[in-house]
Design a protein around this ligand. Structure first.
Ligand SMILES: Nc1ncnc2c1ncn2[C@@H]1O[C@H](COP(=O)(O)OP(=O)(O)OP(=O)(O)O)[C@@H](O)[C@H]1O
Ligand SMILES: [Mg+2]
Length: 240
């Protein structure tokens, strides 16, 4: 098999909030065009891992590279300029701006053969095309998640990082968002990392899964096939 470029590489990071040592030597990587998940119980440090990668809560030690470039000490805006689109669990839709303004603010030219443009987003997300002039903050939870994903795509990033895209959504909307991530990210070969407690969703969108245990470390890694064949692995780590 062709050896793929690591778009994201995290080596032995340690991250603190004050004196609380949350992430204690975590390593992971995401290869180009790969969709990877991080699964773990409440409070193990999944969001903190993403905040470390984004430069929002930088690690005290260890190393993070994006497409080979060291970003460990970079502030969040610089990490985002390196081509990392982060969709936090709260989605951060800009209030007072309608759907199209939210998308236009995030748009960046892409260098591939088929970059994401406003037209392409509307074509793929009819829900957004029908609501171009609606204030983003008045969208339903599922629509806001679609807008947040559309905003990530239109920045034509090297990697999209989603924190709990299913959080707070009804089962029907979880299905819609899952389908959206499968269709618009996974099938178009976007490099993706998703944090989820909803492991059913994670198994549908990602092909490789990091199991985060206590002490902010990766306790194991498994493919979708391995987790489907041995559901016990998930039970052991997530107690579901
Ligand atoms: N700003 C903060 N200051 C101090 N401690 C924090 C802060 N943010 C998070 N923590 C603590 O860090 C630990 C990890 O939190 P984190 O949000 O990364 O977990 P998580 O795995 O994303 O959890 P969840 O599944 O509930 O989203 C928790 O014990 C949490 O209380
Ligand atoms: Mg979290």
């Amino acid at each position: 098999m062709e050896k793929k470029n690591k778009i994201l590489n995290v080596e032995e990071i340690h991250t603190f909030y004050g004196e609380s040592h949350i992430i204690q030597g975590l390593s992971l990587f995401v290869a180009e065009n790969e969709a990877v998940s991080i699964l773990g119980r409440n409070g193990v440090g999944k969001t903190t891992t993403l905040r470390s990668i984004m430069g929002l809560t930088p690690p005290r030690s260890g190393k993070i590279t994006i497409d080979g470039e060291d970003t460990t000490k970079l502030p969040a805006h610089a990490v985002s300029m390196m081509g990392v689109a982060y969709v936090p669990a709260e989605r951060h839709i800009f209030p007072g701006l309608h759907v199209e303004e939210n998308l236009k603010l995030a748009a960046r030219p892409g260098d591939g053969d088929n970059p994401w443009t406003l037209e392409r987003i509307y074509d793929q997300f009819p829900i957004l095309a029908d609501r171009t002039k609606q204030d983003g903050s008045t969208l339903s939870g599922g629509e806001q998640q679609m807008l947040a994903i559309g905003r990530a795509l239109i920045s034509n990033p090297k990697i999209i990082i989603l924190d709990e895209p299913s959080q707070g959504l009804s089962p029907l909307l979880v299905d819609a968002v899952t389908e959206c991530v499968q269709n618009f990210c996974v099938k178009s070969g976007i490099t993706l990392m998703v944090v989820e407690q909803n492991y059913r969703m994670a198994l549908k969108v990602a092909s490789r899964h990091y199991l985060m245990g206590t002490k902010g470390k990766i306790a194991g890694v498994a493919t979708t096939q391995e987790l489907n064949d041995n559901p016990q692995i998930i039970h052991d780590h997530l107690s579901v």
